[in-house]
Design a protein around this ligand. Structure first.
Ligand SMILES: Cc1cc2nc3c(=O)[nH]c(=O)nc-3n(C[C@H](O)[C@H](O)[C@H](O)COP(=O)(O)O)c2cc1C
Length: 211
């Protein structure tokens, strides 16, 4: 792959402030972004999060209010809510072990040994540790979705600027799930001046250190 091709989608993507409310992301592009989320690697492969596609306009308006009036909540074509597991039990590990059994058909004692290793490990963690770990895994998926969208020339904006308690009260997610970020997807408005601004990033030498 040429250097320019590799960098072009990364340069093109920017945090879209103003979406064109009349432009819709195609079902095909949307499904590809979801698939990129599903394929995201996570620690131990446990995928401790869920992603909600929020279509209801009333919910989106309420989220905009919880999100300090940010227009991306209502004007983007699609809105995804990224929710991590606040606490989890051995069921999460059993789900993973079951998938490995079905898909890879390993020798039973191998997957049982791995599952009991994970149960011991997570069994020693507090709910707070589990929640912070799950949130980190969720953010990997968010990052992957941002890049996937850019490759499809779909504009996006990750959104962390909202009142977490209010947003969770609005969404009324199943017990144990907490939204900590949203992803707005759509197409930039020609009026969004941010698209013309150069990227602000620290210099290579201020970020990377060779030891
Ligand atoms: C996790 C996360 C949360 C963010 N939350 C918001 C937000 O609430 N509102 C907003 O306008 N931009 C938000 N941004 C966009 C960042 O400010 C932006 O990505 C950063 O300044 C770099 O600019 P660029 O994405 O245009 O290259 C968020 C970005 C990330 C990754």
């Amino acid at each position: 792959m040429k250097k320019e091709d590799f960098l072009s989608s990364r340069q093109w993507r920017y945090a879209t402030k103003k979406f064109d409310p009349d432009k819709r992301v195609t079902a095909e592009s949307f499904e590809l972004i979801l698939e990129a989320i599903r394929l995201t690697p996570t620690s131990y492969g446990l995928q401790p999060f869920k992603v909600f596609a929020i279509e209801n306009t009333g919910l989106r308006q309420a989220l905009r209010e919880a999100g300090f009036g940010q227009s991306q909540f209502t004007d983007a074509s699609h809105l995804l809510g990224f929710a991590h597991l606040e606490a989890f039990s051995e069921e999460l590990i059993d789900r993973f072990a079951g998938l490995v059994r079905d898909i890879r058909k390993p020798e039973p004692e191998k997957i049982e040994g791995y599952a009991s290793f994970l149960k011991n490990l997570f069994g020693s963690w507090t709910n707070d540790q589990k929640s912070r770990w799950a949130d980190k895994q969720m953010y990997l998926a968010l990052g992957n979705a941002l890049q996937a969208a850019a490759e499809l020339k779909v504009d996006s904006c990750a959104l962390e600027g909202f009142d977490v308690e209010k947003a969770n009260a609005i969404l009324q997610l199943p017990e144990g799930l907490k939204v900590s970020a949203f992803l707005a997807l759509g197409y930039r408005s020609t009026e969004d001046q941010t698209q013309h601004l150069p990227k602000v990033r620290v210099a290579h030498e201020d970020l990377f250190v060779t030891l």
